[in-house]
Structure formats: structure tokens, C-alpha cells
Ligand binder design. Structure first.
Ligand code: HEC
Length: 253
């Protein structure tokens, strides 16, 4: 359980006196090992692999993912390739991109999220908070949607805002397909398909995993048992209505 160690070490690093240096060290390791252009974008922005900034990842999740990798994806395990202190530093750095940091560290790496956007009513402001509510884990909207820089675009940008919570729950999801790789079926959201390969989000788990497969090794068919209501079950109707009010306010240019 090396990742557990990495988590504790990263936390010790974050809370200790050397937090600033550790995050700076982590930023350098991230630039060299993670932000290669093929993988995660600089400063956790978008790249070939999922964006890492502002997704509300918890520190144990980041530590486990960096140390163990993600099977079935291009994300390798770094447990054997990075030293313990480098692992802890890079986890500390990615944590700051997700708002897990003491304020001094966040200010230092410019990790503070932008609050750009229109003035909001009280209910819409509550909706904005609920949209990326950390308490929901990966059940929150920002796991799959980006609005005004908050969240990640797994789904295409929200264009049509449902009238009410009921409509949001029973939303049709025409772009979600069923993909089959090596006999394994999964709900999938296509990203791209070129002669270099097929890229799609696997919606089996939340957060959805970005997968790349060779052309020919994956077949996809229309329709899926996946439902939007299954993704938003942690919210009650009043909360969803507040979120919808926020989305309406945010979509005004
Ligand atoms: C696990 C991922 C996931 C989560 C979490 C999630 N959604 Fe979605 N959502 C999707 C996907 C995928 C689609 C697109 C389906 C399609 O186009 O076929 C979608 C579509 C939508 C649409 C329709 C957009 C349009 O223009 O047609 C809205 C609105 C929406 N989601 C709002 C929300 C809100 C609000 C929340 C939080 C309460 C939320 N979603 C949580 C995955 C998610």
C-alpha cells in the first residue's frame, strides 16, 4: 500500500514548514513527468489526458492514482519511477490545483480558482456552490461539466438548460453509446476517432476515465443503459433547481 504512504507524506509536506518548497518541487516534477504534451496539460490544464486542475480530487485519490496508475489507460504507475519525496511533492502540487492547500501555498503556485462570472441571486450562488460541492464526491456536476472555468468538460458544454429538476433527471443522453472492447461492455462518450485510434470517456465509473483504443479493437453501438439520473443522485430537487438557476444566470453573455 505504497500510495497510502505517499498520501501521508504529501499531507505532512503540505502541513509542514517546507510546504512551499515541496509544491515548487512538485511543480517541476509535474512539468517533466506529467505535462509532456501527450499527457496532462501544463498547470493541470487540458491535454491528451484528463485535466487535473479544479476537479475536486481528494489527496488520497491523487496519491493512489499517481502511485498505482489507472489500468486500461495510458496512465502508468509512478511508484517505481519516482522517488518517495518526488511522489509526495507531485501529489502536493496536484492537490494545490484542486484547492487542497494552505492559502500561502495556493497563492504561491497561482492555484486559486477564478471567480469570473455574472452577479448571482442568492439561490443561484447556492447553485454555483452545489455544482462543484466537494461533499458529493464525484457525484457533483463539475466532475463532468465545465461552466465558467469550474469543472471539467467530459460532456460537451451545456447548451440547453432543462426547465426543472425532473427534466434534468430524465434528460435524454443521445451521445452516450455502448462500446465493447475485448468482450467488455461499457457506456461511452466518444471524444475522437482517427486512424491513430479511438478516444472516448468510459462512463462506468465516476470520474469517467478517458480511454484510447486501436481502431478495430473497439466496436460501438447506439444507446446505453447509462442514465443521467444515475450521475446526479446525490442532489435533491431543491438543490437541482438551485443549480439550474445558476446555469441560467451563467449562460447569460
Ligand atoms: C458522471 C458524469 C456526469 C455528471 C456527474 C453530471 N452529468 Fe450532466 N451530462 C453528462 C453527460 C455524459 C451528458 C451528455 C449526454 C449526451 O449528450 O448524450 C450530460 C448532459 C447534461 C445536460 C444537457 C446539456 C445539453 O445541452 O443537452 C445538462 C443540462 C446537464 N448534463 C446538467 C448536469 C448537472 C446540473 C449536473 C449536476 C447536478 C450534471 N449534469 C452531472 C454527464 C454527467
Amino acid at each position: 500500500m505504497k500510495w497510502l504512504w505517499v498520501f501521508s507524506a504529501a499531507q505532512a509536506v503540505m502541513w509542514g514548514q517546507s510546504a512551499r518548497e515541496a509544491v515548487r518541487q512538485g511543480e517541476q516534477i509535474f512539468a517533466k513527468s506529467c505535462a509532456t504534451g501527450y499527457c496532462h496539460g501544463a498547470r493541470g490544464g487540458p491535454g491528451g489526458a484528463p485535466r487535473l486542475a479544479g476537479r475536486g480530487f481528494t489527496q488520497p485519490f491523487i496519491a493512489a492514482t499517481v502511485a498505482r496508475g489507472v489500468s486500461g489507460t495510458a496512465m502508468p504507475s509512478f511508484a517505481g519511477t519516482l522517488s518517495r519525496s518526488d511522489l509526495a511533492a507531485v501529489v502536493a502540487y496536484v492537490s494545490t490545483l484542486n484547492g487542497i492547500a494552505n492559502p500561502a501555498v495556493a497563492a504561491n503556485v497561482g492555484g486559486a480558482e477564478s471567480n469570473a462570472g455574472p452577479a448571482l441571486s442568492a439561490n443561484a450562488a447556492k447553485g454555483r456552490q452545489l455544482f462543484s460541492d466537494a461533499v458529493r464526491g464525484f457525484g457533483r456536476c463539475s466532475t463532468c461539466h465545465e461552466v465558467n472555468g469550474l469543472g471539467i468538460s467530459v460532456a460537451t458544454p451545456i447548451a440547453e438548460i432543462p426547465a426543472n429538476a425532473q427534466a434534468l433527471r430524465s434528460l435524454a443522453t443521445p451521445h452516450v453509446l455502448t462500446s465493447i472492447i475485448g468482450g467488455e461492455q461499457m457506456p461511452s462518450l466518444p471524444v475522437s476517432s482517427t486512424n491513430r485510434g479511438v478516444v472516448f470517456y468510459d462512463l462506468t465509473s465516476s470520474p469517467p476515465v478517458l480511454r484510447t483504443a486501436d481502431q478495430g479493437s473497439v466496436t460501438s453501438k447506439e444507446g446505453s443503459p447509462w442514465s443521467h439520473s444515475s450521475a446526479i443522485g446525490s442532489y435533491n430537487d431543491a438543490e437541482l433547481d438551485a443549480i439550474l438557476e445558476y446555469l441560467r444566470a451563467a449562460s447569460v453573455p
